[in-house]
Design a protein around this ligand. Sequence first.
Ligand code: MF3
Ligand code: CO
Ligand code: CO
Length: 256
Amino acid sequence: MIKIKSSREIELMRKTCALAASTLTYIEPFIKPGVSTEEINKLCHDYITKHDAYPSPLNYHGFPKSVCTSPNEVICHGIPSEDVILKDGDILNIDVTTYLNKFHGDTNKTFLVGNVDPKIKKLVEVTYKCMREAIKTVKHGSRVGDIGAIIQEIAESQGYSVVEEYCGHGIGREFHEDPQIVHVGTKGKGLIFKKGMTFTIEPMINLGTRECDLQKDKWTVLTKDRLWSAQFEHTILVTDVGSEILTLRPEEDENF
Ligand code: MF3
Ligand code: CO
Ligand code: CO
């Protein structure tokens, strides 16, 4: 069942999403060679709880930490660890979800650590473009297939692949609500969006194969070929004329 948010609920979504976004802004200066992903987890946890919110991933279906940290060949759901230490040339996705006033806000960004190979930098930039162009397709009356089609078109034209096993999702009082937002598809097909829906778009784009390899910890998802993967995520609100990015950060161009 897809929940259409009332104006009161939308105001609360704005608040939790703003906090999730500001957590990414807060953590950025700490992302440097020598830092462990557990240190990043602790800093994000403290920031979120100091703002009277709860980090949604913590204990979610048994997830043991407060954010997901996914470096390099990790597609998603990486578990922060003292043993994972960032080095020059790495990329790191940090996925933040906050629970504030009974509503979840979900956003992630792939950060560059020091000097990153131009080929990898391009993967990160194209992945961001996939997310932003997909967001632009959304308005009252548009379809979920429009999202997948544009992501596939942009990623595949560069020789990249789109992960299919993990999807965007409705979000609100629940972390993961209906509908599922698949990142591949056909323009003009699938569910029709209505104003007042809130959901995430969070494409995972791989340099090589789209195939995934779930680790024994039951969370960490690697690329099967161990080539690198990037991801960006925003929570958006469907409006009459388009959509509003509820997790937009000041550094981002509103009119991308
Ligand atoms: N934040 C992730 C998403 O975008 C979900 C993480 S689930 C967790 O949907 F348990 F790994 F935190
Ligand atoms: Co999400
Ligand atoms: Co997320």
